[in-house]
Write a protein that binds this ligand. Structure first.
Ligand SMILES: Cc1cc2nc3c(=O)[nH]c(=O)nc-3n(C[C@H](O)[C@H](O)[C@H](O)COP(=O)(O)O)c2cc1C
Length: 201
């Protein structure tokens, strides 16, 4: 089937590409709010969000590591739902700690102006879906699946904003948990590095 025109979504899907080199320009809070809306934004008064969730349980939560964000002190932030526009700084992240958890020397973990951490409360999902598969695997499978939907939403929002981005999952979970010091019970599933792409040479 051939068509003359492609839709805006198809254009974004064609353009999306992982980017691992960023320039020095800071991101705006507006950039981040659009990304976070795509990731887990509330889209209905019943609490439903941009990305699907099994039984509408929503075991995922996003955090932001700010490095070069206009108006934000560097550090790890917990973010409220988009309409609340609340940013609570939890603590600083020491330079080099994310890279120390990388399995592949992913320097973009340290270079990118922002890293969005997709984290999960694994136990709530394991317990909730224990009747489907009592060994806990069902809940864990759903969490990984839901994180994938969130990451693709983030990629498409970044592409639309002409930002560069890459998802990083190749890291030691325990070392990363120590580096991030996420509030209990959250553990990271994936890190999304984002910023203005460095000009191609
Ligand atoms: C589950 C998953 C894990 C990934 N982990 C990493 C990673 O640890 N480091 C990295 O640089 N890229 C990582 N990537 C990005 C892939 O390398 C990238 O998507 C792939 O090379 C295809 O290129 P494209 O995204 O430009 O289409 C990951 C992608 C996926 C889907």
């Amino acid at each position: 089937m051939s068509r003359d025109r492609i839709s805006a979504l198809e254009q974004l899907l064609k353009q999306r590409r992982s980017c691992r080199r960023f320039d020095d320009h800071p991101l705006s809070v507006g950039n981040l709010e659009r990304l976070l809306f795509a990731a887990q934004g509330s889209t209905h008064s019943d609490g439903k969000r941009t990305a699907p969730s099994a039984h509408a349980l929503y075991p995922l939560k996003t955090f932001v590591i700010a490095r070069r964000i206009e108006g934000l002190e560097p550090g790890l932030y917990e973010t409220g739902a988009i309409y609340e526009a609340t940013w609570q700084r939890l603590h600083g992240i020491r330079s080099g700690t994310l890279l120390s958890a990388s399995l592949a020397d992913d320097t973009w973990l340290e270079d990118s102006p922002a890293v969005i951490v997709v984290a999960a409360d694994r136990q709530i999902a394991i317990d909730h879906f224990a009747d489907q598969q009592p060994d806990g695997l069902r809940g864990v499978r759903y969490i990984d699946f839901e994180a994938g939907a969130v990451i693709q939403n983030l990629h498409l929002s970044a592409t639309e904003q002409e930002l560069g981005s890459v998802v990083v999952m190749g890291y030691d979970d325990d070392i990363m948990q120590t580096a991030l010091r996420l509030p209990t019970p959250f553990r990271s599933i994936a890190l999304f590095c984002v910023g203005h792409p460095a000009a191609r040479r």
